[in-house]
Design a protein around this ligand. Structure first.
Ligand SMILES: [Fe+2]
Ligand SMILES: [Fe+2]
Length: 254
């Protein structure tokens, strides 16, 4: 893949681009159907995955607009991010890796994250069969968010790529994916995390393991937290509980 940059997001429109209309839209409808019904024999895994992708795509588009990106860029990001976890549907990927009753070991976490490279490989195979798509900006954007959405600034992600070398949109993919992923209840957790719990964990507060220390750009994360505080009417810093109390305080100040 050529060098990627944020300018890619403004170079086309996913819904009206003639090449994408002719060579990709029908495939994407098939992919969405395949993802929705994925692992339906063992549960609602596919529906949950599609809902996660949809939320993350929406949240990332909102964040890009908050950062000053154009409506078109945000929309194109959203279309690409809708498929970022497609590697989980690869025939060699076992969805049961997300249903562990114990906290996943480092080895199991590596297996979980393998879907990023599997998904990028699936996209590459598809573009090799459709040369018209090769080097299209949307494919480059989609490849980047698929392959790099679990990368970290400290280089400890699955591709061991320093995430601060990625364009902003790919770093946004990492942040919004971590936020939504940590909100999803897992069988080994005592209770579901709240948005405030998750944001504090992403800021490497309240988490003895400090899972996210060194994961994100501090500047970008700060802006994301600020956006979430405004959107959800919560206060993430300090000891305030946020939530309803934060809302009531705001109401009183009006
Ligand atoms: Fe993922
Ligand atoms: Fe994801």
């Amino acid at each position: 893949m050529p060098l990627i940059s944020d300018t890619l997001l403004d170079q086309y429109d996913y819904s009206t681009d003639p090449v994408l209309k002719k060579h990709l839209h029908a495939w994407d409808r098939v992919y969405i159907g395949a993802m929705m019904s994925y692992a339906s024999g063992i549960g609602t895994f596919g529906r949950q995955m599609m809902a996660h992708q949809n939320r993350v795509a929406h949240d990332g588009a909102r964040f890009l607009k908050h950062l000053g990106f154009s409506d078109r860029a945000a929309y194109n990001f959203r279309a690409a991010m809708l498929f970022h976890d497609i590697g989980k549907t690869h025939p060699t990927y076992n969805p049961m890796i997300w249903m562990l009753y114990e906290r996943p070991s480092p080895g199991e976490k590596d297996i979980q994250k393998r879907h990023a490279s599997l998904g990028a490989g699936m996209l590459q195979t598809m573009t090799e069969r459709n040369p018209a798509l090769k080097n299209h900006p949307h494919i480059q954007v989609r490849h980047a968010v698929t392959l790099y959405h679990h990368e970290r600034i400290d280089g400890h992600g699955p591709e061991q790529f320093m995430a601060d070398r990625l364009p902003t949109f790919a770093q946004v993919a990492c942040i919004v994916d971590a936020y939504d992923g940590d909100l999803i209840p897992r069988p080994h957790q005592e209770r579901q995390r709240t948005p405030r719990d998750v944001l504090r964990r992403m800021m490497a507060l309240d988490d003895p393991a400090k899972k996210y220390a060194g994961a994100f750009s501090g500047k970008l994360l700060q802006k994301y937290v600020k956006m979430k505080e405004e959107q959800l009417q919560i206060s993430v810093a300090g000891t305030q509980s946020g939530g309803l109390l934060g809302f009531l305080r705001l109401e009183k100040d009006r």
